[in-house]
Write a protein that binds this ligand. Structure first.
Ligand SMILES: Nc1ncnc2c1ncn2[C@@H]1O[C@H](COP(=O)(O)OP(=O)(O)OP(=O)(O)O)[C@@H](O)[C@H]1O
Ligand SMILES: [Mg+2]
Length: 450
């Protein structure tokens, strides 16, 4: 056999399988080395460079996932293809998150395996930056805050459908977390290392949305000076998130339906259909069923996209989640703005907990960030909150302090609010509070106020 410069390391403890794998790649002209245990694979790896590593997961000593983590952490970081037993989807997901190039389920289809390894080796030179970026992205955890039944159920459902290829329709009011859940599903799927591409369909004209989704060839229309890939192609192997799907104009709905049926797209002005492998997640705040009845949304498309429906409850339906979200976004806002605001005053908290949150989590996030940036104190007080929360009577003069608040805390809030009311004039504030100016100075100093 002619020595090839392409070196493949295979870790497989089953002698029969190892033999078959070696034969399959010998015939490709690769230099193949088979390690029969995980620790042997580790030793052999050190005798690199390797262009690709193919590893089984379950091995008696060191398992394939451990090897994967070690190998992708090295400077060379060759692509690692993982072989899993049929049905062990959790491990496959883990492998993809840990940076595997791909995974294949046993029993293996050798032609497919050869194609995957060839692709891994070919892709290696061209996309190291890409790989690193994707791996980094894959490592970031998506936090879903909320202990309410509604949130727990939505998360459990999302995690259950994530590893499948099922089309998911996410419904919910604005700011309820539709995009967050779409990303969560992608992140927990086997597509985790391929792109997640989001398209907002709102406000785009028919022709723009068509070329956005399907791309166009050079000269397809005036202004198409060069060819452009559509989002379907960019999401190939990964997940396409179509936000505000209800806004897609009827002629594009027809085309979308055809893409979902045929699994191929046609670029605007193009002749050749292009095969695509994309998992679709759609979101809308509209009532699609009503739109179908009204004739604004195609019924056949509706049935295609609502295979799995994930409804996200509004914050008003789950007020018990507000407190946790406040703490979470306080932490986030502190970090993002280099602040160290410690918490919410009792009166401010009372307002925030009782508010209706028409803009849901997004509104809550913004209001907390605004207050963190604007507050002059080490906690957020009533005066730091916008009018829509404190009522529209202008700056509020009433503190609602819940029973259970300590006297010290109550005193602090009353003093800070009085200072605000007095426009920062300490003499005036002291008079309103019925205390001496010196006492007021001392208190403010205690609070760390200037
Ligand atoms: N349960 C949650 N836990 C933590 N963060 C959340 C949660 N729900 C939403 N968020 C955050 O709130 C913000 C708004 O969420 P997202 O963009 O997913 O909402 P949306 O439903 O897509 O909103 P819109 O309808 O306005 O597009 C994001 O910053 C998101 O990370
Ligand atoms: Mg959104």
């Amino acid at each position: 056999m002619a020595r090839s410069s392409i070196r493949l390391l295979i870790a497989e403890d089953d002698p029969g399988a190892a033999e078959a794998l070696k034969a399959a790649f010998d015939s490709e002209g690769y230099e193949v080395l088979v390690a029969a245990t995980g620790s042997e694979a580790r030793e052999r790896f050190a005798q690199g460079p390797w262009h690709c590593v193919l590893t089984d997961i379950v091995m008696p000593d060191v398992d394939g996932l451990t090897l994967l983590q070690e190998f992708v952490g090295t400077a060379e970081a060759p692509p690692v293809v993982v072989m899993t037993a049929y049905g062990s989807i959790d491990r496959a997901v883990q492998a993809m998150k840990d940076g595997a190039h791909d995974f294949l389920e046993k029993p293996l289809d050798l032609d497919n395996l050869r194609a995957v390894v060839r692709g891994a080796i070919a892709g290696r030179e061209s996309e190291p930056a890409n790989r690193a970026a994707r791996t980094k992205d894959a490592g970031q955890k998506i936090l879903v805050i909320g202990e309410s039944d509604g949130m727990r159920q939505a998360e459990a459902r999302a995690l259950r459908v994530a590893p499948t290829n099922a089309t998911v329709l996410i419904t919910g009011g604005s700011g309820t977390g539709k995009e967050l859940f779409a990303r969560l599903i992608h992140r927990q799927s086997l597509r985790v290392r391929a792109p997640f591409v989001a398209v907002n369909c709102a406000g785009l004209t028919e022709s723009i949305i068509e070329s956005e989704l399907f791309g166009h060839v050079k000269g397809a229309f005036t202004g198409a000076v060069r060819a452009k890939k559509g989002k379907f192609e960019l999401a190939h192997g990964g997940t396409l998130f179509l936000d505000e799907i209800g806004e897609i104009p009827p002629p594009v709905q027809v085309k979308l339906l055809r893409v979902l049926q045929e699994r191929e797209i046609e670029r605007v002005g193009g002749e050749e259909p292009v095969r695509i492998d994309v998992r679709l997640i759609c979101a809308t705040h509209r009532d699609l069923e009503a739109m179908v009845t009204a004739g604004d949304f195609r019924e056949d498309l509706y049935y295609r996209i609502k295979v799995i429906v994930l409804r996200l409850p509004s914050l008003r339906e789950r007020p018990e989640d507000i407190a946790g979200l406040l703490e979470h976004f306080l932490r986030v806002a502190n970090e993002r703005n280099g602040r160290n605001v410690k918490g919410f005053g009792a009166a401010a908290r009372e307002r925030l907990l009782g508010y209706g949150w028409p803009g849901n989590v997004r509104e809550l996030e913004h209001i907390v960030e605004q207050a963190v940036v604007l507050t002059e104190h080490d906690m957020i007080i009533d005066a730091d909150l916008p009018e829509e929360i404190t009522g529209d009577k202008g700056p509020q003069d009433i503190l609602r302090i819940p029973v259970g608040t300590t006297l010290a805390q109550t005193e602090k809030e009353l003093i800070l609010e009085t200072m605000r009311k007095a426009g920062g004039n300490k003499t005036k504030a002291a008079r309103m509070l019925g205390i001496g100016v010196r006492t007021l100075y001392r208190k403010l100093e205690e609070y760390g106020e200037k």
